[in-house]
Design a protein around this ligand. Structure first.
Ligand SMILES: *Cc1c(COP(=O)(O)O)cnc(C)c1O
Length: 429
């Protein structure tokens, strides 16, 4: 990803709407927008949390329900390839993350897949008692690690060392006690992007294994796990990949680790011969050992439909447009909001260090975001004070970026966000 083209000078000067429209007219990814359902009057900048609905997903899921389930019934386990889905659909995710065939399997949630991967990785480094993680990581990753620390500590929990973008650094904490380092490639709050290959190299130089969380990078930028010689990775499919609410996570393990990796959860779908119904567990030979139980096939169907779109995406073009969108947004914020309201971005300016989202700091960020949503600009809020905007190149246009900043300008100018109704919080922020 370090090889991606930087945003052009055109983007940097695209500070009027007509220029944005011209960029849309010549956008090589422009036609993908028609393959999604986007509600009228909405600018959707939260595809990094829940991707938009692909146009043909309802028909595909409907067909799986009526034909494969309704008519095929139990026969569909064979006839419709149900049993193999976690692997065959995993194979369709593989090219998006630089994985080979037979290296990716669908899981349950990211949390569960992370648990599977980290337990296997820690067990591959016997005698080492430290797990390194990021203080700023999405909390479920840290919560799941607490369980691993308890489970594998043998009485005394494994030690956890936390790093952060403002220190301590990886080099501060790495030594020959570290078994595993768990990192999220793109930070969910700031959008900061790790150099996957470089960080992997440093972790492995210390004799540890790395587990990458790709939740905010799969479908946001090209990833090459095998070129980086990474060890394990997990991610979700309902964010940039548009699999739908509750679509399954995925787990990748480098094929060189398959034979040695002992999964934490030893369910029957991960058994070498599940239909022998033997008393003892024996792991399947390859990546399928990480399967647990019956896959959520209706959710898998939603994911399959979105992968029909991803099959056609050139990830280099995707990255190029993603950087142009975020660069445009940052330039407009600088030009129109920064000085007047002191709005600052916490997202790295340097394109090689940025994912596909931008977060702005505002003391009353929650209310500002609620006012934006009421006006049809949907982003989200992350405590304590960040308003977050995800840019999904398949269905976000340059004009959307212009319009979103225009609405934000208006919300700040009119101070409409001060109205009390915008301060009320729902269960999910
Ligand atoms: C979105 C996200 C998750 C989500 O976990 P689930 O178990 O799928 O709900 C986990 N980790 C990171 C870093 C995320 O961004």
């Amino acid at each position: 990803m370090s090889t991606t083209t930087p945003p052009s000078a055109t983007t940097r000067t695209a500070l009027d709407r007509a220029t944005c429209e011209a960029l849309d007219a010549s956008d090589p990814l422009g036609s993908f927008r028609d393959r999604f359902v986007l509600p009228e009057g909405v600018i959707y900048l939260d595809g990094n949390s829940l991707g938009a609905l692909p146009r043909h997903t309802p028909a595909h899921v409907q067909r799986v329900i009526t034909e494969e389930w309704g008519t095929g019934l139990i026969r569909s386990w064979n006839d419709a390839g149900w049993f193999a889905k976690p692997r065959t659909v995993g194979d369709r995710i593989a090219p998006l993350i630089g994985a080979a065939e037979g290296e990716v399997v669908l899981g349950d949630s990211t949390s569960a897949s992370l648990f599977q991967a980290v337990v296997a990785a820690v067990r591959m480094r016997p005698g080492r008692r430290v797990i390194v993680a990021e203080r700023g990581n999405f909390p479920t990753d840290l919560y799941m690690l607490e369980a691993v620390q308890e489970l594998l500590g043998g009485g005394e929990p494994l030690e956890r060392r936390l790093i952060a973008d403002d220190g301590p650094t990886l080099d501060d904490v790495l030594d020959d006690h570290v078994a595993v380092v768990v990192l999220t490639q793109v930070d969910y709050r700031t959008g900061r992007l790790h150099d996957l290959a470089e960080v992997t190299r440093r972790v492995q130089a210390a004799g540890a294994l790395v587990v990458w969380d790709l939740c905010h990078s799969a479908g946001a930028l090209p990833i090459d796990l095998n070129a980086a010689w990474a060890d394990f990775a997990v991610g979700c499919t309902y964010k940039y990949l548009n699999g739908g609410p509750g679509s399954p996570s995925f787990l990748w393990a480098a094929s060189r680790h398959h034979a040695a990796a002992r999964p934490a959860l030893t369910g029957w779908h991960g058994h070498a011969r599940p239909f022998d119904f033997t008393v003892d567990y024996a792991p399947a030979p390859g990546i399928e050992r990480f399967r647990v139980g019956t896959p959520q096939l209706l959710s898998v169907a939603g994911l399959e439909a979105s992968l029909d779109i991803w099959d056609d995406v050139d990830l280099e073009l995707l990255r190029e447009k993603s950087l142009r969108l975020t660069e445009l947004f940052l330039s407009l914020v600088d030009a129109r909001l920064a000085e007047r309201w002191g709005i600052v971005s916490v997202t790295p300016r340097e394109s090689s260090r940025r994912g596909s989202q931008v977060s702005l700091r505002h003391d009353d960020g929650y209310a500002v975001m609620q006012a934006l949503i009421e006006r049809g600009v949907i982003g989200d809020f992350r405590a304590p004070d960040l308003i977050r905007f995800g840019f999904t190149p398949l269905y976000t246009s340059y004009a959307d970026v212009w319009d979103a900043v225009d609405v934000l300008h208006d919300v700040l100018e009119t101070e409409v966000w001060r109205e009390p109704r915008f301060a009320r919080r729902g269960t999910v922020t």
